[in-house]
Design a protein around this ligand. Structure first.
Ligand code: ADE
Length: 237
């Protein structure tokens, strides 16, 4: 999968050089390219923002550097044509977007080319989204109902959630099956050795060797935990 990230803080994405994602990049499973938006500015101060039309607080990201950066990544389309299923998906992290979920991560993990456009300040000039719509599938995606200083941290989280679902990125695919949100429930608690630590015992069923009983106990733990902390997950279809 190819992943492009456009940002004014490329260093934030150095974190993607390490651990499983770093290995997946080295192995060629993920072709991740980070573009500094300021490469596409042409003034001495490398300006990427300006005051909002209509007034108001804060600054808005100018359309020109974004347009050039996306042209370089997506190519320029001379004739207006329909956006197709196989076209790149451009994701703009934004608190105004649809909420990112495991289900969305699963779908995006099947794409060939994702582009993350990380906005800062009060947002990006609306025409950048409208222009990108002409040659890519564009989505505004929120990490959750809170506000970050920009899209970078949200993009990092999304890239990790998506990339680990690509075959070959996580060593043991079974570990992807038994985790929170994969079956609509939160995961069960895990234990390892020693059997007693600071007077706290591992639940005896886990030491019983009875696989049926262990599976039933884990399921019950999942249900109990989900009911307690995320009852909203049980009411969804
Ligand atoms: N940018 C700022 N806040 C955000 C959020 N909650 N999700 C995605 N991008 C953001």
């Amino acid at each position: 999968m190819r992943i492009d990230i456009v940002t004014i803080f490329p260093a934030i994405f150095d974190a993607l050089d390490i651990s499983l994602l770093g290995k997946a990049r080295q192995n060629g499973i993920i072709d991740l390219r980070v573009t500094d938006l300021r490469t596409y500015t042409h003034d001495r101060h490398r300006t990427v923002d300006d005051t909002p039309y209509g007034g108001g607080a804060g600054m808005v990201m100018k359309p020109e550097p974004w347009g050039e950066a996306l042209d370089a990544i997506l190519g320029v389309q001379d004739v207006q044509s329909a956006v197709l299923d196989g076209d790149p998906v451009v994701i703009f992290p934004s608190p105004a977007g649809e909420v990112f979920t495991q289900r969305m991560a699963r779908h995006l993990a099947e794409e060939e080319h994702l582009v993350f456009g990380c906005g800062r300040y009060e947002g990006i000039d609306q025409r950048v989204f409208d222009d990108a719509h002409s040659r890519a599938r564009v989505r505004l995606v929120s990490l959750g109902d809170y506000v970050l200083n920009g899209g970078e941290v949200a993009a990092l989280a999304m890239v990790e959630a998506i990339a680990r679902l690509i075959p070959g990125v996580v060593g043991n695919p079974q570990s992807l099956v038994e985790e929170s949100h994969e079956d609509g429930l939160l995961e069960y608690p895990s234990y390892t050795k020693p059997p007693v630590w600071r007077g706290r015992e591992v639940p005896s069923v886990l030491l019983s060797g009875n696989h049926g009983a262990i599976a039933a106990w884990r399921r019950e733990q999942q249900l109990e935990r989900t009911r307690r902390v995320r009852p909203d997950l049980l009411s969804e279809d």
